[in-house]
Write a protein that binds this ligand. Sequence first.
Ligand SMILES: Cc1cc2nc3c(=O)[nH]c(=O)nc-3n(C[C@H](O)[C@H](O)[C@H](O)COP(=O)(O)OP(=O)(O)OC[C@H]3O[C@@H](n4cnc5c(N)ncnc54)[C@H](O)[C@@H]3O)c2cc1C
Length: 414
Amino acid sequence: MAAAWDLKKAGHDVTIFESASHVGGLASGFKEPHWDSSVEKFYHHWFQSDSEMLGMIRELGLEDKVIFPRPLTVMYHKQKWYPFDSILNALRFPGLGFGLNKIRFGFVGLFLRLTNNWRALEQVTAHEWMLKYAGRQVYEQMWQPLLIGKFGPFYKDVNMAWMWARIKARTTRLGTFEGGFQNFSDLFAEKLREAGVGIRLGTSIESIKQEQAGLSVRSEQGAESFDKVLVTTSPNLMAKLCPELPENYLKGLLGLKSMGAVVMTLSLKHQLSKDGFYWFNVPKEEGYPFLALVEHTNFVSSDHFGGDYIVYAGDYLEAGHEYFSMSADELLERFIPAFQKFNPEFKHEWINKIWVHKTNYAQPVPLVGHSKNIPAIQTPIDGLYFASMSQVYPWDRGTNFAVEIGRRAARMMG
Ligand SMILES: Cc1cc2nc3c(=O)[nH]c(=O)nc-3n(C[C@H](O)[C@H](O)[C@H](O)COP(=O)(O)OP(=O)(O)OC[C@H]3O[C@@H](n4cnc5c(N)ncnc54)[C@H](O)[C@@H]3O)c2cc1C
């Protein structure tokens, strides 16, 4: 959508093909009739440092709808949850002790904030680097759970530039859009349509082929010709859509590793976290069946959801993990004992409704020396471009970087 906006402004005729019945992709949301806000299928927020996204929103004239409430993120230590959203709270956190470890934690954080040399950091794994510089206790308390949660069996393979990017480009203040991310995407689509961009919802592209002049894009509705095409799907799907790509480029696309995600959303009759905590970094090694518990209505008031309390329980998982084939009720059965750990009063009767969303492309896995694995935006086929979450490296995927790479692709397509 960001690329379409810029290409249209540059005077081109632009058509967006979207297989879903709505815009928004992984950041899309859903809504019950009595809610005045949507919730995201996969929990989403913005950081204050998301300058590309916030800049795009300003350009669209929608900045008065961006809100930065002050939700509380908490860390676990010995059966208790501690706020971990400011330097002061980090200093107070007992999980790091009060001596040398805290100093090492502080210095490592400061160094990573200040350095720009991610190319050196991508030559070593986060596991090795953190053990060496932050020390075992800090690593095992703070960073190892994050790596295990996000990357599962690949956690020791992820490079240190990934960790650098998270620390460098993220703030503790978290933001969202009035009415939810779906409202933002819908308003963006409205602006695109007003500017003359065609948006074809419910239109799945099946193949893209080179023609004598231009590219032939095929959907159920037949084939259409375009001078230039930008694909913004997963690398796997890109390889399927364009099998004519040279072998080297295809191999590069198919060689990229990524994690999927399974997220359950619950609408509850009561608040789950009595302390009003928003984001729980859940220690999976303690036997919890998910990585993050997020009480959305401790971020956006339950007044926007007709008094319902909205909770997410989510995890990043390898394709083929049993959660991908379990029904919503089977997953709920697995999760219920864990909800009781957050609030012993929690009962099945609290649940109004549950939804489960799954995707097999949620989080690229960056390996050592990863910059050489990134596919070029301009593919070897004339007029064919590709921009995905896997190419925003060294940054970690996020809507901010989707906007950045979309606009970068648009400049290249000129
Ligand atoms: C669990 C989870 C949590 C996240 N949390 C955050 C967060 O807090 N903050 C944040 O900023 N980002 C977050 N993200 C990342 C964010 O959602 C992505 O970075 C962003 O959505 C990527 O946008 P995109 O346009 O590149 O791809 P996508 O959102 O994947 O969009 C691709 C689009 O292509 C469409 N499509 C697929 N195949 C076809 C086809 N054959 N024909 C036509 N259309 C097709 C899809 O329907 C989709 O709409 C999160 C992601 C996940 C999975």
